[in-house]
Design a protein around this ligand. Sequence first.
Ligand code: HOZ
Length: 433
Amino acid sequence: MPQKGYGKSRAAFRRALDVMPGGVNSPVRAFRSVGGEPFFVRKAVGCRITDEDGNHYVDYVASWGAMIAGHAHPAVARAIRRAAGRGTSYGAPTLLEVELAEAIRRAVSSMEMLRLVSSGTEACAHAVRLARGFTKRPKIVKFDGCYHGSSDALLAKAGSGALTFGLPDSAGVTEGAARDTITVPYNDLGAARAAFEAAGGEIAAVIVEPVAGNMGVVPPADGFLEGLRDLCDSAGALLIFDEVITGFRVSYGGAQVKYGVRPDLTTLGKIIGGGLPCAAYGGRREIMNLLAPIGPVYQAGTLSGNPAACAAGLATLKLLRKKGVYGRLEERSAALEKGLREAAAGAGIAVCINRVGSMLTVFFREGPVVDRASASGSDTVAFARFHAAMLEEGIFLPPSQFEAWFVGLAHGEKEIEATIRAARKAFRTAAAR
Ligand code: HOZ
């Protein structure tokens, strides 16, 4: 246990359990799949979190990828303060929204027009509705283990917390809502082709995480994304890239720029809000022009394009445009991957490390991990021991085998080395039975 114990976090969790289901506002935060209880955060600066008891951790959760610039970055905090001083929500348009939308479009050129919303869940649900409105078709294809937020139609064979807690097909989703969702294995172009052969004329869209991040990190196989593009083109369906995690993460223009495949619609979240609630969906102009008030597809939101969130997002994107940023992220992340591989080998434990840029997962099994079935073969008990041992050493990892670790601009050599040192011990703990 960290030297200061967990007394205050424990007391906070007791109170939380009484007033919030599972004591949390998002399931994976409850630590249930790794055992133990969550610590409660008092503050975070850079890549370091301090809990209510005064324990410090190097943070690889990074608000699930949102905090690429680090916590409380002075430029981002300044932008939020400036915006908040002018009022935090108007229900009327602001220039900040236009500036953020333009900055996003400059980076992600497939988003000829876009709409700002407040969460990735919203962005994906609305993108699917828009695809159905545009194609006038009912069905969507999604991939087993991909997670596109917690809306009904997308909670079929879902990843993230739904996978972690064994609820990939959530209770409460009606048969009707799930009926039009076809699920196929990730990286399996043959299965996707078969889905099109069976129902091609009814498929409105394929929605995919171009790098899967919610069953742990799983890169796209060579030709997978290109193959999906071709299938959609041949069948008149739309290709939706869910870049809520990968947008501005795997490159400034996201996975579509990295892999050179242009989707019809894209969803973004996390980084574009700089740590405040902001997300977006967008794509071809002719599709986006179907949205109300100019078209028949409805979508609205009181906090959409919130000025403080737009200011935080703009400040974050400005930091990411600086020369050498993605090179530095790659270098640090590669050093971390290498150190983790050596540490695992030294402890005699078989792992598969999947990494794309600054997102990585250590799967507790031999590789390759290419889809949900192979990810699920991981030794989650060993992962839980590893997670607890890392926490003891002051390293905060996502409390689930099936999530991504995120390296950000604030992780320096010192923190990477400390993480590798901690992992040497933690892999030995995980290996011991
Ligand atoms: N869906 C997020 C992980 N992929 C978890 C969000 C949270 O708990 O904050």
